[in-house]
Ligand binder design. Structure first.
Ligand code: ASP
Length: 468
């Protein structure tokens, strides 16, 4: 007999079914044993009575989280025994056969509650158990729906999804790179991408014109409670585009997405406000203002675009200029003198996308004029020859016909955390890391053996004491 999902059993009244799953709960009322069987779709009640002695004895042995397979008949529950809270609340399974597929030790925590009360360290160590809880399963399902919607929407808008490499070269996005040593090229390293920025621009030179990717961005940031070493972003790049086109596209995408997937949510203002950075700082003292009318309302979403950021920012400690966004952003002036002499005055075609006070995206139009690109890098303290060496493909590619282009990347984890009213992004990621970038379930980062080190041409100079 083929297996039936618990929620599907309502279609099989008085008929035989086979169900499989985990024992969520076992209760005894007098002589009757009730089992709540959990599978990926829901819960089904199974009742064992002493009438069938052999089966009853087997049922007595069952413990929570054992994996079982049960065949039997679906019956209507006696009057007054119905449970309106679950989909299968009007029926129950009268078993004919029971097989234990796997026994289970006592779990380190309950998976029946939302789980906020449990220490996160333990939850992350046993993430495969933590994910059994309904709340996290639902979060993963919604995450998939959001990503599916984005893909579908962009494909209908004529975009092509292109995968870009994970083993690549450093892209300055303002964080440290994760490095991967090359075995075949001793002494050389790949960097994991802080974003697909360079590739998506090369795809514009290639004539793709409308690119997107659900991309992983990897950044070796200093420990921060609510940041992840890897996050997922919807990465977009378009040719022959103006700032307005990018913002209009994002607005249409998020409006439709919220309408379709989160119909209970109210959007504070449509069209989404577009505020210059200067105006935002003057009015709200921040470049990611929370524009909700009622901050206590969990169903209000206030989207906002912030535009016209300064091109450069002064790093007081290092005493040097940095790029506000990244160096490939286009300044709002072609005046090379101004870029070099008064960098503080130069604005950029750069925009951020915020939601309820969180930055959930950012992007820019890009510089396609090599002279301006060089001038920007010079302000950032790079020598002309160095830049040409680090990014030769830009200068080469842009000499073969480059369309004006621009794009954006929006963070999927943060967006989900906000719409689902989750306190942090780890609640919407299947296997998140701790604030200091450890995966407690896999036990990484971890040491590697001497042979692997040798093959990678790596020598460990200092060994830090193990942190716990
Ligand atoms: N690469 C940028 C980022 O990841 C986004 C962009 O400029 O499109 O933040």
């Amino acid at each position: 007999m083929k297996r039936t999902l618990n929620v599907e059993t309502i279609k099989y009244l008085k008929k035989g079914v086979k169900v499989c799953g985990w024992v969520q709960r076992k209760r005894s009322h007098g002589k009757i044993i009730f089992i709540d069987l959990r599978d990926r779709g829901g819960i089904l009640q199974i009742i064992f009575t002493p009438k069938d002695k052999k089966l009853y004895q087997l049922a007595q042995k069952l413990k929570p989280e054992w994996v079982i397979e049960v065949t039997g008949i679906i019956n209507r529950r006696p009057k007054g025994m119905e449970n309106p809270k679950i989909e299968t609340g009007k029926i129950e399974l009268q078993p004919k056969d029971l097989k234990t597929l796997s026994q289970a030790k006592t779990l380190p925590f309950s998976v029946e509650t939302p789980g906020y009360e449990i220490s996160e360290k333990i939850r992350l160590k046993y993430r495969y158990l933590d994910l059994r809880r309904k709340r996290l399963r639902k979060n993963l399902e919604i995450r998939q729906k959001v990503i599916h919607f984005m893909r579908d929407f962009l494909i209908r808008e004529g975009f092509i999804e292109v995968e870009t490499p994970i083993l690549t070269k450093s892209t300055p996005e303002g964080a440290r790179d994760f490095l991967v040593p090359s075995r075949l090229q001793p002494g050389k390293f790949y960097a994991l991408p802080q974003s697909p920025q360079q590739y998506k621009q090369m795809l514009q030179v290639a004539g793709i014109e409308k690119y997107f990717q659900i991309a992983r961005a990897l950044r070796d940031e200093d420990p921060r409670a609510d940041r992840q070493a890897e996050h997922t972003q919807l990465d977009i790049e378009m040719a022959f585009t103006k700032q307005k086109d990018v913002l209009d596209l994002i607005e249409k995408l998020y409006l439709n997405l919220v309408k379709r997937l989160f119909p209970k949510k109210k959007i504070t203002k449509i069209p989404f406000p577009r505020v210059t950075c200067k105006e935002a700082m003057r009015k709200y003292k921040t470049d990611k203002p929370d524009l909700r009318k009622d901050k206590k309302n969990p169903n209000e979403l206030a989207f906002c675009f912030i535009t016209d950021f300064p091109m450069f920012k002064w790093h007081e400690i290092e005493k040097e200029w940095g790029a506000m966004h990244h160096p490939f952003t286009k300044p709002q002036t072609d005046d090379l003198k101004k870029i070099k002499k008064e960098p503080e005055k130069v604005l950029a075609w750069q925009y951020d996308f915020s939601l309820n006070g969180y930055e959930i995206g950012g992007g820019s139009l890009r510089t396609t004029n090599p002279k301006i690109l060089l001038a920007v890098f010079e302000v950032l303290g790079h020598k002309k020859q160095e830049v040409k060496k680090q990014f030769p493909h830009y200068f080469e590619a842009f000499s073969y016909g480059v369309p004006p282009h621009g794009g954006i990347a929006t963070g999927i984890d943060r967006f989900l955390a906000v719409v689902l009213n989750e306190p942090n992004i780890r609640e919407v990621i299947a296997f998140p890391k701790t604030g200091d970038n450890r995966d407690l379930m896999m036990g990484v980062p971890a040491e590697v053996n001497a042979k692997q080190l040798k093959e990678s041409h790596i020598k460990i100079l200092t060994k830090k004491k193990k942190k716990r």
